[in-house]
Design a protein around this ligand. Structure first.
Ligand code: GAR
Length: 212
């Protein structure tokens, strides 16, 4: 595979989606975004998709009677676009086992911390409270366990004295926008894969995440 069909799932602003759109446009993504799906109608990322002429859909999770029913509908919608890879880009829904199994080894997520530190929510505030000197972002393959799949690449930022949550978040975002397109490009070029719950890079198991 030298070019991926990428599906991007969002819930909000979509700045990571924008980074992927820009990388697709300038050729560095080695792929095209075939569809964008949001679980929230108001997500600004939908406008970014429209501006880039990318097919986009809203699948409102609160209109489904169960998590499994939502996952099933999402799976069906995505399958219609035959994606090679799914990128979660600020998608604030946990995907169930059946979904993850269906796309095993083909789902990436961006998480705003240096995993395994600070899985879950409010990562910037937690990093500040913990007195972390370093913070950052991770791209990882998605497995059934939340924020625990194999990490592919991380980007670090130094925590500055008197940093506010917003200042720190902004610098972490900049890092995310560089590492996400890089990870997708590696996947597209066949350099990156996930097998047996492990990330592989250039034919070798990846023992440590790549660093920006
Ligand atoms: C990003 O910082 C991403 O790491 C985070 O949501 C933000 C979305 O921003 N994701 C998570 O917290 C996933 N648990 P964006 O909509 O501007 O790309």
């Amino acid at each position: 595979m030298t070019s991926v069909r990428l599906a991007v799932l969002i819930s909000g602003n979509g700045s990571n989606l924008q980074a992927l759109i820009d990388a697709a446009a300038n050729g560095t993504l080695h792929g095209e975004i075939c569809v964008v799906v949001s679980n929230r109608e108001q997500a600004f990322g939908l406008q970014r998709a429209q501006r880039a002429n990318i097919p986009n859909h809203v699948l409102a999770h609160d209109e489904f009677e169960s998590r499994a029913a939502f996952d099933q509908a999402l799976l069906k919608l995505l399958d219609g676009y035959s994606p090679d890879l799914i990128a979660l880009a600020g998608f604030m829904r946990v995907l169930g086992g059946e979904f993850v199994e269906h796309y095993a080894g083909r789902i990436l997520n961006v998480h705003p911390s240096l995993l395994p530190r600070f899985p879950g929510l409010d990562t910037h505030a937690r990093a500040l409270r913990a007195g972390a000197r370093e913070h950052g972002a991770s791209i990882h393959f998605v497995t059934e366990e939340l924020d625990a799949g194999p990490v592919v690449i991380q980007g670090r930022v130094a925590v500055r004295e008197n940093d506010t949550e917003a200042q720190l978040a902004e610098r972490v975002h900049e890092v995310e926008h560089r590492i996400y397109p890089a990870a997708v490009a590696w996947f597209a070029q066949g350099r990156l894969s996930c097998e047996d719950q492990r990330a592989w890079f250039d034919g070798q198991p990846l023992h440590q995440p790549k660093l920006l």
